[in-house]
Ligand binder design. Structure first.
Ligand SMILES: NC(=O)c1ccc[n+]([C@@H]2O[C@H](COP(=O)([O-])OP(=O)(O)OC[C@H]3O[C@@H](n4cnc5c(N)ncnc54)[C@H](O)[C@@H]3O)[C@@H](O)[C@H]2O)c1
Length: 256
């Protein structure tokens, strides 16, 4: 899919991986609607990206708010041609804590609701719009890129909710790609390893450095622009569809 005159919804674009992808899309000449629950971060990103972007405060789990973002994409720009689902939260909690108390069900549900159900909510509402687009010469009407995590495959102790939510994103990639193929809408998912974003901000510099050292090559944390670059390749390469791509420097997480 070309970028010019195309509009992309980028969730979680106020920060980290979504933010870098929004910047890449603007550089390539696309329009971007920034969907983020963090108003300050979203407004700052809009100011940084300029007139071809708009921020709208959006909780990805809300039908009403996602529909308002889609409406904004239609009235301000050129409709909806692509979606980058990068909004997410890192939930940490053991099934039994050190005193033997069970994991909060509310906390478990929060991870699955935002990371999995929120992703699906944006997919279903955006797909409804993209299915009505005029097809390109090659028959394309849209592109959806989701963000899972390598924790979908080798989740660590304390990641039950996070891993469950991300493996849900991995699991739904192929069936949705198969279904939306008839409309010319592709669906891919990126499963990042450990990336240097505000999601890791609670860790000390030392902890981040040592996390980077466990990556076989390159022995460092991933950079958000490397995620954005893969998202760009997926957008451009029409043959990529229904696939989950690990972007992790060959790291495999251990139990702890
Ligand atoms: N950073 C990593 O190492 C890493 C690794 C694997 C996967 N991921 C995934 O990549 C995605 C992006 O993470 P990041 O590292 O850029 O984190 P981040 O915290 O920098 O950015 C996440 C953004 O999502 C927004 N958000 C959270 N809940 C939302 C909601 N309900 N509705 C709308 N926006 C919401 C936040 O406000 C924030 O701006 C997440 O899905 C995360 O799980 C990150």
């Amino acid at each position: 899919m070309d970028y010019k005159d195309r509009t992309f919804l980028v969730t979680g674009a106020g920060s980290g991986l979504g933010g870098a992808t929004a910047s890449m899309l603007i550089e390539q000449g696309a329009y971007v609607v920034i969907l983020d629950i963090n108003e300050q971060a979203g407004k700052e990103k809009e100011a940084e990206l300029g007139v071809n972007s708009r921020f709208i405060k959006t909780d990805v789990t809300s039908e009403e708010e996602v529909m308002a973002a889609i409406e904004l994409a239609k009235t301000t720009f050129t409709g909806v041609h692509g979606v980058i689902n990068a909004a997410g939260v890192a939930i940490v909690g053991k099934v039994l804590d050190r005193d033997g108390n069970p994991h909060s069900l509310e906390l478990f549900t929060k991870g699955v609701t935002i990371n999995l159900i929120g992703t699906f909510n944006v997919i279903r509402l955006a797909a409804q719009m993209m299915a009505k687009n005029d097809p390109t010469e090659g028959g394309e009407r849209g592109i959806i890129i989701n963000t899972a995590s390598i924790a979908a495959y080798e989740g660590q102790i304390g990641q039950a909710s996070y891993s469950a939510s991300k493996s849900g994103v991995v699991g739904m990639t192929l069936p949705i790609a198969r279904e939306l193929a008839r409309y010319g809408i592709r669906v891919c998912t990126i499963a990042p390893g450990i990336f240097e974003t505000p999601m890791l901000s609670e860790l000390s510099d030392e902890a981040r450095e040592s996390l980077g050292q466990i990556v076989p090559f390159p022995p460092r944390l991933g950079q958000p622009n490397e995620f954005a670059s893969l998202a760009g390749h997926i957008i451009e390469n029409v043959m990529l569809n229904g696939e989950v791509i690990r972007l992790d420097g060959a790291v495999r997480l251990t139990a702890k």
